[in-house]
Write a protein that binds this ligand. Sequence first.
Ligand SMILES: Cc1cc2nc3c(=O)[nH]c(=O)nc-3n(C[C@H](O)[C@H](O)[C@H](O)COP(=O)(O)OP(=O)(O)OC[C@H]3O[C@@H](n4cnc5c(N)ncnc54)[C@H](O)[C@@H]3O)c2cc1C
Length: 503
Amino acid sequence: MVYEAIIIGSGFGGAGVAHELTKAGIKTLMLERGTWANRDDDDWNPEKIILQSRYWGPEPLYVKQNHASGFKPIPVNEVVGGASVFYGGASMRFREKDFANWPLSYSALEPYYSLAEKILDTHGHAGADPFEPPRSSAFPYPAIPYNPPAARIFQAAAKLGFRPFPVPLSLNHTNKEKPICLQCNTCDDYPCKIEAKGDAASRIILQLNSKFFTLNTETQVTRLIEQDGRIIGVEYFDRKTKEINVVKAKLFILSAGALWSPGILKYSFPDRADAAFDFVGKYLMRHCNGIQSAVFPFQTNPTQIFHKQIAITHFYEDLRQELNTSVGVIQDIYTPSRNVVKAFVPTGLKTVAGCFANYIQSLLCIAEDEPQAANGIRLSTEPGAFGFPRLEVFHSYSANDYQRRDYLLTKAQRILRKAGGLITRSTSLDSFSHAVGTVRFGNAPAQGALDPFCRLYGTQNLFVLDASFMPTSSGVNPSLTILANSLRVGHYLRQQGREYWAI
Ligand SMILES: Cc1cc2nc3c(=O)[nH]c(=O)nc-3n(C[C@H](O)[C@H](O)[C@H](O)COP(=O)(O)OP(=O)(O)OC[C@H]3O[C@@H](n4cnc5c(N)ncnc54)[C@H](O)[C@@H]3O)c2cc1C
């Protein structure tokens, strides 16, 4: 088979552009290192998914964070659909002010937000979010009523005057042509066994026209092969045959996520030292997240029903003047199962934590974090798996990042107390699940590695479409924006026609 376009990575970034290219009849090959999620009972088993590494790939990230002395290996799930398979489905649009330092306006992205919501069957209430940006269309479906734990938070936040609203969710409760959500408590962190969650695998990749689309799994891309300012092929390690192969095409899309896309770029262009390329692998952001929990004098969710239903953006603009960014958002979050809670607390507290698990309710605080040149990725001198060096990630928060997070944690504490919580406790979240920004776009090579349509400056036929492109992280969840941007550029590529990239 001769392919016109090759996409590396099958997350929201890769899937969005595949959606557009295949619609135009462009023969597209997608290369993904992971395999399909099994979608069986074990996908809803907390021990199997959270504690026993069911989908962990062979190559961890090596992470040094918050000025730690050494690198710590952090395992990574590898499946078709990328992180979206494990995401919580919260599908929020960035706000107009979040685009202040972007080479793209909210209004230019707006039609693709609408398309993304349609593809994902997003459920929400237009007009309920006090800082919601203008919309050209209603949500595809209305939000479902709050379940009791969410209603408890809603009432408490409303009594405090904080204007809570239903978090837009890409979980299907209404479209009868697709599986209907059972409202179980194994959503955020878990693949959806019945495919009711709007992830990139079930809502996009499985729907693509097979006449124009091929997916190769267990295919680990190592390098882009460049000749005279153009990419001519991709080198990959086939995990099944253990062979290294090369595949060629005319158009190349790098969508390996905000940590691996810059790694693949650095490995492929070891000699590039121009201004635009200097941005590659820098300015990593991941939100400064924390969880505020409270112990209640009653079981907070005795039926173990889904309740990640509330968002509070009330404080979004409170620190804009002082810190030049948003603050962020508070969202409802589920309490992990008793065994998972026990696994994550220190040894002496395991029994007590197990006893209290059913009496805990928590709120997730997602704070905007600042782009800092010193935060990013680099290739280790240590060899990793498959002929590619280990990927090292280094990140430390600024004082301003903590200020935003703590601002939200304090508000979340007030809400939980108002809801009846007695003892409260906050914990920080050190995950890279919201990693963005390592191959930022800009109006000129002095401002970013990518042009406003996410083409790598200096390379005619290479586009980077995933979370990497963002120059700032905003204060809400990233995936709807990743998908919308990928649909935007995919639409642009098919409009421009083959002569734009195939010459
Ligand atoms: C537990 C969890 C909950 C989340 N909840 C939410 C939420 O509710 N709302 C929200 O907006 N966001 C949420 N997120 C974040 C969101 O899922 C990610 O921001 C988004 O999915 C990233 O998309 P991406 O396309 O940039 O990258 P990814 O999804 O990481 O896709 C990159 C793909 O490239 C593949 N790849 C990498 N390297 C190679 C290589 N060398 N060769 C071949 N393939 C490669 C990877 O295996 C992966 O499939 C959550 C994330 C997690 C982990």
